[in-house]
Design a binder for this molecule. Structure first.
Ligand code: FE2
Length: 281
């Protein structure tokens, strides 16, 4: 039996971790219900008119999928702008022009198939990570806290080897097991770089580590609430990425950006804030 708030100090000799099977339902209750994100999604689904263009694929079934968005030459051009200090808020028209190249088929068809609605780039950052930066909570296995139906897109502007300068995933099934075991959405300081003590303790089966081979200009899109992942730091050269958080939208993304001023800059404040009652549909 896995009880709520169980202390597993002694499993496999790892540090004390407070496992709690209520972490996952609590995340859903907080973002989807109390903060209002499910109401917005419901409204977006009601207004959706492009169902004929939906195309289901790995993003739905495996919760993660790779797409090619830019050529190597285009990626090099964006890297150069990042070296000059581009910012999604200050350089807004340039950013929107770039996003027009991102949200094209087949990616667009996959996004509307996932949301069953239009979508909007809610927040965004341009990131340049230097080799061997200090280890953070992002380098341990986790799911992102946030609305159940949001997506994260990592656009890689420099290539990565399988196990470095990359994002590593496990399967959706293992993620679900670890949610029931009470690990997923644990306190940040308690995240583990190796979850095998928990996997073994609860006999959850083989822990599969999935790493994509990524070329400059390719993107990984994933259901960050529903698939366990961790960052793998680069060991050489800086890693150039664009990170986007996507949410369902009642209108096409460009119109939504014009109306709301999105994308916001990721990391400046909490990514998902309470939606005020006056703005709820
Ligand atoms: Fe994450």
């Amino acid at each position: 039996m896995i009880g709520s708030g169980r202390d597993v100090r002694n499993i496999g000799g790892v540090m004390a971790i407070q496992l709690n099977p209520l972490y996952a339902p609590n995340n859903r209750q907080l973002y989807d219900v109390e903060m209002g994100y499910e109401r917005v999604h419901q409204d977006a689904r009601r207004r959706f008119r492009r169902a004929g263009k939906m195309d289901f694929g790995d993003l739905n079934s495996r919760r993660v999928e790779k797409f090619r968005l830019f050529t190597a030459k285009e990626a090099a051009k964006i890297r150069k702008r990042m070296d000059e200090g581009i910012n999604p808020v200050a350089d807004r028209s340039e950013t929107l022009a770039l996003l027009k190249k991102v949200f094209m088929p087949p990616l667009d068809a996959r996004l509307i198939a996932f949301f069953n609605s239009e979508y909007v780039p809610h927040a965004m950052s341009y990131d340049k990570i230097m080799p061997n930066e200090p280890f953070t909570h992002s380098d341990c296995w986790h799911c992102d806290g946030g609305p159940t139906n949001h997506l994260v897109m990592m656009i890689y502007l420099s290539g990565s080897r399988k196990k470095t300068a990359n994002t590593l995933f496990t399967t959706g099934r293992m993620t679900d097991y670890l949610k029931v075991a009470g690990y997923v959405f644990c306190h940040m300081e308690q995240r583990l770089a190796d979850v095998s003590p928990i996997v073994n303790r609860f006999q959850l089966g083989q822990f599969e580590e999935i790493a994509f081979e990524i070329k400059a200009g390719e993107a990984i899109v994933f259901q960050s609430v529903n698939i366990l992942h961790k960052r793998a730091l680069p060991t050489q050269g800086p890693r150039y990425t664009i990170t986007l958080a996507l949410l369902p939208s009642p209108m096409p993304w460009l119109k939504a950006c014009e109306k709301t001023g999105k994308p916001l800059r990721l990391g400046m404040r909490p990514t998902f804030e309470n939606i005020p009652e006056s703005e709820l549909p």
